[in-house]
Design a protein around this ligand. Structure first.
Ligand code: FES
Length: 124
């Protein structure tokens, strides 16, 4: 279980990517997640990481449209495969945000396209 909270880094990233900086990939625990307060839509996002791969999702559970973290910034992840909503334990796959178990099984988190630039920033 790994999670923490991070504020948005402002400014344009170096290089040719126009994306918005969310955090550094090294800020996200391998096999875990980090909440970034301001994502692409100005709302909190969850950045999930497995090794050098990252994904980002709106911090909003499709079950009751509430943040997945009951305690701010604390997102539970298991076996580098799924993250869990703190409210009713829905499990979402890292790769696509699809809910594989729980009260909203079959639904999915809203995802954002992200990439990692040469300096190690996660860009949305
Ligand atoms: S609010 Fe997330 S599982 Fe119910």
């Amino acid at each position: 279980m790994n999670a923490s909270r991070l504020s948005l880094h402002s400014g344009q990233p170096s290089g040719q990517h126009p994306g918005r900086r969310l955090c550094r990939v090294s800020d996200v625990p391998d096999g875990g997640a980090r909440v970034v307060d301001e994502g692409p839509a100005g709302k909190p996002v969850i950045v999930v990481r497995r090794g050098e791969r990252v994904w980002a999702y709106a911090n909003r559970c499709p079950h009751f449209s509430v943040p997945l973290d009951f305690e701010p910034g604390l997102i539970s992840c298991y076996r580098s495969q799924v993250l869990m909503c703190a409210h009713h334990s829905a499990l979402f796959r890292f790769e696509d945000g699809h809910c594989i178990e729980g009260p909203c099984a079959g639904a999915a988190l809203d995802g954002f396209t992200v990439e990692i630039d040469a300096a190690g920033w996660v860009l949305a």
